[in-house]
Design a protein around this ligand. Structure first.
Ligand SMILES: *Cc1c(COP(=O)(O)O)cnc(C)c1O
Length: 375
């Protein structure tokens, strides 16, 4: 018998492929840079990259150099973009592993140019312009100067220009269309031929809310994993409503017990029973990413029904109320995220309980648990 944790994250390969196809269809003929940073939002970077590669991804996007090196070492041959900025000390590694740096300032220009010359190569670089995110990138007023600076480096080739939407989760704000227009204006203004460059700006929210934002390449992240940038509703686009969440998080009932009315449950007695209560004990807690903010808030699925979390979630134990669910037994599956029977708990729902967004929930569960790939 293989001994493993009772808590498992399941990831559906077919859901990932389905979501990739939806993102691609929503983006016309644009190339797709599959965002696999953060271990593919908790879904496992290498396996996700293999799947998206078979689906036709043109490129992968990661935050740090170390992630890009991991993709290359695993044999990926697509372009790999480093999106969170660089230090000059990474220049040799970037050349060695054929990574594509996105320049957010001029810090690493000399180091990259020198490393490329040493290798006898011309290195493709992309440049990030800050048209409203305010985190990183060249401000529009400095853009033309920096483009010139790159063009003066003999071993660097400016291959693309990118920006990022800050409010793509809020299609009604008008922000996305305004920022797209400014991005295009900045590109026209600096005198280069935008036709020869790869222009890219759209994240998931941009892809599904503004088809004109697709440009030459799109960078979907959350949608590949089955969620919208904002929770998908009846008002969302038809395609967005077809996204399929790829991750489930499943535990098992490790014990069932009945306690009388007036029993304080768990640390701090933050819940005191008002009736004789049947409890299912789950061997899951904040160590597994089922955070303490879910105390007295979360719901889990057992026997196809919703069981509320009672008392504090502790490091490795959580109590749920199964008084109204007949027949619950030790060993039953408890679905923390995903579908069981007719019921479903989504990452958006858990995120609302926790006061956060689906992205954080997926990263948490995926990073804290063993991942099994299914179908
Ligand atoms: C993470 C990221 C994306 C993907 O964003 P989603 O909202 O998950 O689609 C796109 N572009 C950049 C630069 C990113 O960092």
């Amino acid at each position: 018998m293989v001994i493993e944790s009772l808590n498992r994250v399941l990831v559906s390969r077919s859901a990932l492929a389905h979501n990739f196809a939806l993102c691609r269809r929503a983006s016309g003929n644009a190339a797709v840079m599959a965002m696999v940073k953060a271990d593919a939002y908790g879904h496992g970077m290498l396996e996700c990259a293999r799947i998206f590669s078979r689906c036709g991804a043109a490129a992968f996007g990661v935050a740090e150099v170390v992630e890009g090196v991991g993709l290359r070492q695993a044999g990926m041959t697509e372009d790999i973009f480093i999106l969170a900025g660089l230090l000059p000390e990474f220049a040799e590694t970037i050349l060695q592993y054929r990574l594509t740096p996105v320049l957010v300032d001029t810090h690493s220009l000399d180091a990259l140019d020198r490393a490329a010359r040493t290798c006898g190569r011309i290195l493709d670089v992309h440049l990030k312009v800050d048209v409203g995110m305010g985190r990183q990138g060249i401000l529009p007023v400095d853009f033309a100067t920096v483009v010139q600076e790159i063009r003066q480096r003999r071993n660097l080739n400016l291959a693309g220009i990118m920006a990022h939407f800050p409010k793509a989760d809020d299609p009604d704000s008008g922000s996305t269309a305004r920022i797209l227009a400014e991005f295009l204006a900045v590109n026209r203004s600096c005198g280069h031929d935008p036709g020869g460059l790869c222009l890219h700006i759209a994240n998931s929210g941009g892809i599904f809310s503004l088809s004109a934002a697709a440009l030459d390449m799109v960078r979907p992240g959350i949608s590949l994993y089955g969620y919208g940038a904002a929770p998908v509703t009846q008002a969302s686009s038809r395609r967005e409503q077809e996204l399929r969440p790829a991750m489930s998080f499943i535990s098992r009932v490790i014990g069932v017990r009945a306690v009388p009315a007036g029993t304080g449950l768990g640390y701090g007695h933050s819940f005191v029973t008002r009736r004789r209560t049947r409890l299912a004990v789950l061997p899951v807690g904040y160590e597994d990413g089922y955070l303490r903010t879910l105390s007295n808030r979360g719901r889990v699925l057992i026997r196809g029904r919703r069981a509320p979390v009672l008392g504090r979630v502790s490091m490795n134990l959580t109590l749920v109320d199964v008084t109204d669910i007949p027949g619950v037994e030790t060993g039953d599956e408890a679905v923390l995220l995903g579908r069981q029977g007719q019921e479903c708990i989504t990452a958006d729902e858990i995120a609302a309980w926790m006061g956060t967004i689906s992205y954080e929930v997926l990263c948490l569960f995926g990073h804290c648990n063993r991942i099994e790939y299914v179908d």
